[in-house]
Design a protein around this ligand. Sequence first.
Ligand code: NAD
Length: 513
Amino acid sequence: MAVSGRATADLRGGASVDGALDVRNPATGEHIASVPATTAEELEGLVARARAAQPAWAELGITARCEILTRMRSWLAAQSDRVVETLVSETGKTHEDAQLIELSYCLAALSFWAGETPSYLAERRFLARTPLVLGRRIVTRYVPRGVVGVIGPWNYPLINSFGDCIPALAAGNSVILKPSELTPLTSLLIAEGLATSGVPDGVFGLATGGGETGGRLIDLVDFVMFTGSAEIGRNVAERAARSLTPFALELGGKDAMIVLDGADLERAANVAVYYAMANAGQACVSIERVYAEEAIYDRFLDKLTRKVAALRSGAPAGPGSVDVGAITTARQLDIIEAHVADALAKGARVVVGGKRGDPPGRFFEPTLLVDVDHTMTCMTEETFGPTLPLMRVADAEEAILRVNDSRYGLGASVFARDGEEGERIARRLQVGAVCVDDAAVNYFALAAPMGGVKESGIGVRHGAEGIRKFTTPQTIVLSPRWMPRREPQMYPFSARRTRLLSRIVRLLYGRRA
Ligand code: NAD
């Protein structure tokens, strides 16, 4: 897909061009577009326009905003071929990864937030029961924060960039999106779609550029929604702290799968291979390590070997053409290769794959590793590639210890004898989400909070918490007109009244439970 500098500048509101991001197709090496980078002055202009447009967008009301988001859903569905081709060309992912995961998620998310925002952000009213506010009516409302900065990664340019803009917009904020400098093209289409769907001028802005642009954006906005690596997440938190700007961080993971004796091994193997290799393993919720119980280890390894060996990797040439696409960045390809080399140097064995593919495309063979342990980076650091390291464990107890032995805590997967055992194990895992007899699908349960613990993040997306974070709760206390002019706790103090009030408080709270 070609996006001309002019068209791009027009989408950004006719801003002048200073510097350019070269976008290449990672599967072919082909140069596909030059996108102008947003300058510091342009960024300030974008934020100023967003700030000016935000009050009217908030004033429009939830229903009208959600109608516009529903129109955006229709636009996205109508433009799906164009969007999928753009995703495929700028990331090198398969058509299935683009169509069935990225596009489907965003269509579902547009529907979900349009449907649920009215109830998630409805004003809450209650009567106060504590002594000093007895009889008052309390109203809590959710006020948009103002301008939200969304900073996204390259692995899912639609889900992890636009996906977070949807609830931020629904809540009444203006949004400035800064997609990854490696994959800006999908976001340009989104800007076009939002404008066509009726999002008023200035309410959505696109800032193209790298880390420096991301840093500047943090200084200018009222809330930062960041998705990316734990390393950069730390920088984002430090920068936001300077201006006390609130933020949420969705960071990396090292999601593990446990497979125990008595599990459905065929399903477990299919789930393990799909969720390890989908998007060429470049997903925060990829299965990055598997612990199989001694008793079923050999049978499970046999299944994994056949399934990984059958995968076709290469440049996507339409739906169904390959199973595993390209590695989007050169840096990531180096990391994957280094993790495999480190494992081999420490005694691991490659059962399938193990090497990078031939240029000009960037590929790594779907790889199955055995004889791995926690001295190896492939078991402790985020590999973010099409690798599946399988480790033998004595029993469920050892598996739980291994899963929890990680600086990350995004998700996990458990295949046990039955659902009850799976759930018991799930409750002992130090992660934000566990799928029993499944993996990663919690990401699509949009009503359930999704986020990481430990170094996998701060805050959540999805569910009520996932949209309320884009607001500030404001509480209004309404005292009834019949309130006495002077209440008993007010001046002037008297010893008699204090003794009486103390007795009342003791009577209220002093009784045995
Ligand atoms: P990254 O951290 O390198 O970059 C993410 C974004 O931050 C990019 O837009 C980048 O330009 C910007 N950035 C870089 N330096 C910055 C700075 N100092 N200040 C502000 N912004 C800055 O991540 P990546 O390599 O693009 O993405 C891969 C990572 O994202 C993986 O670790 C993956 O697990 C994680 N991820 C997490 C989730 C989740 O939901 N938890 C989802 C997708 C990806």
